[in-house]
Design a protein around this ligand. Structure first.
Ligand code: GLC
Length: 468
């Protein structure tokens, strides 16, 4: 790298750091989070709030930089919010949910936090990923500060219990995966991801592993750790065996017999070979593969979803071979998945009648825009981290260079449109905080891969192995 490129990078980093600083929200004189975006030209809607999922990459940056107080304050305030009573019409959802977002409001000189648990959100979506990200962040805080005392406080143990109760409690379920409604995560609009979407599963897995480290192993905590270990074993087996797609597996599905009955059938979920989309038979490389977007009765979502696949590498949900395979696929399908802006949220886009049916004719999610195949710079840190884990840091560097060449000039947009991500997103907010934090985090991880231990997990050795 020559001196002027280094200089340019420095100023970009400085700019990003300053923007992140300016996005911080103060509550009663203490920093407690960051707004989603600071775009003076667009209608704020709820982008002036602190979203839990959006704050996580910024929080990782703060932890790495040693600015732990803001993360501490965030965790304290969100624990308090979790207990707030909420209602949608007259219905009272179960306690334990974490809000999608919150904001500071003032009344008669006093400041208050107003939270949105989905009761105010567009489409009234349930932010299930919030409570999962929250546990992941709590563990990162504990690792960064080497201080378990916060997590061991009564209200934090209670918060963990609440969340685990909802996730692990009995349901009408036959699978170890977590059943959720559409729009329950980063993709918070109708996009045909209800059921068992990979994004939620990868976060669920990470949250369970994080919770296992954070629970006090006595009485209730000990019971929960046992439950977690039982669930993790069957969960990993389920994802690694049934979500995995590569050419070999595609061949198997292509020749599946259907409508089989009984315990020992091959086609357990009754996937019909004709449901393999036409694009996939060409797109699947000879080497490599990925985890499917969703799996349920009679249904496999063959779309590639980036967050779920990358997080599965980072938290060791995928096997070592599968991790390598996913990065191999990204490398070989670089133009489709990374193109001119890292990285597509999912591939391919749905269009035509499928778009009408799946999105409900959503004008924001038109083909190759927003959640429907748009490109999101926030994915950059995950790509850098995942590539680093499988020994392909070069891919992360390449992706970062692509992003750096445009983001500052484009004023840090939320997302990009178009098949190769060349257009700034139609309704993208500028100065989007997680775009900024994503770049900073990617840089920090490239500089020092050791920081990955705050976020990721090694292969698990404690779960009760699933014996079939
Ligand atoms: C959009 C995104 C969501 C994000 C929010 C705030 O709703 O879909 O993932 O949290 O904006 O940036």
């Amino acid at each position: 790298m020559n001196r002027s490129t280094k200089q340019a990078e420095k100023t970009l980093q400085e700019q990003a750091e300053q923007l992140l600083e300016e996005a911080i929200i103060y509550y009663r004189d203490r920093p407690i989070g960051a707004v989603a975006a600071r775009d003076s030209e667009a209608d704020a809607l709820n982008y002036d709030q602190c979203f839990i999922r959006d704050f996580v990459p910024a929080a990782f940056v703060f932890l790495i930089q040693g600015k732990t107080d803001i993360v501490y304050n965030f965790l304290i305030e969100t624990v308090a919010l979790q207990k707030q009573e909420r209602r949608i019409d007259c219905y009272q959802p179960p306690p334990g949910l974490m809000p999608a977002s919150f904001k500071v409001e003032s009344l008669e000189g006093e400041q208050y936090l107003i939270a949105d648990f989905g009761d105010r959100a567009i489409g009234r979506v349930t932010p299930i990923d919030s409570c999962l990200w929250w546990i992941i962040l709590l563990r990162a805080y504990v690792k960064a500060t080497d201080d378990f005392s916060l997590a061991h406080r009564k209200e934090f143990q209670e918060a963990l219990n609440f969340i685990l109760d909802i996730c692990l409690g009995p349901q009408f379920e036959m699978f170890p995966t977590l059943l959720v409604p559409d729009g329950a995560c980063m993709i918070d609009r109708r996009m045909g991801i209800s059921g068992y979407p990979l994004e939620i599963q990868s976060l669920f897995y990470a949250a369970l592993r994080a919770a296992r480290e954070l629970l006090i192993p006595q009485k209730e905590g000990e019971m929960l750790i046992k439950t977690i270990n039982n669930r993790l074993g069957s969960f990993v087996y389920h994802i690694r065996s049934y979500y995995w797609l590569d050419l070999k597996q595609l061949n198997a599905i292509h020749r599946y017999k259907s409508d089989q009955f009984g315990e020992s059938v091959v086609n357990k979920f009754n996937i019909y070979p004709d449901s393999i989309p036409y694009w996939l038979t060409e797109w699947m490389p000879d080497r490599g593969g990925y985890l499917a977007g969703n799996l349920g009765p009679g249904r496999m979502d063959f779309r590639f979803f980036s967050l779920g696949n990358l997080m599965s590498i980072i938290v060791s949900l995928a096997s070592e071979e599968q991790c390598q395979g996913i990065i191999d696929l990204i490398d070989q399908r670089w133009q489709d998945l990374v193109g001119r802006m890292p990285m597509k949220i999912c591939f391919p886009a749905v269009d035509g009648v499928a778009w009408q049916i799946i999105t409900g004719s959503d004008p924001k999610n038109t083909p190759w825009s927003y959640h429907n195949g748009g490109s999101w710079p926030i994915m950059l840190w995950m790509l850098v981290a995942a590539a680093q884990i499988v020994g392909r840091a070069d891919l992360g560097e390449k992706a970062l260079a692509i992003a750096q060449s445009r983001l500052a000039e484009d004023e840090w947009p939320e997302y990009y449109d178009g098949k190769n991500g060349r257009l700034i997103g139609k309704s993208a907010r500028k100065y989007q905080t997680w775009t900024i934090a994503g770049v900073l985090l990617a840089q920090l991880l490239l500089e020092n891969p050791k920081h990955l231990s705050l976020i990721g997990f090694e292969e698990d050795t404690e779960a009760v192995a699933c014996a079939i």
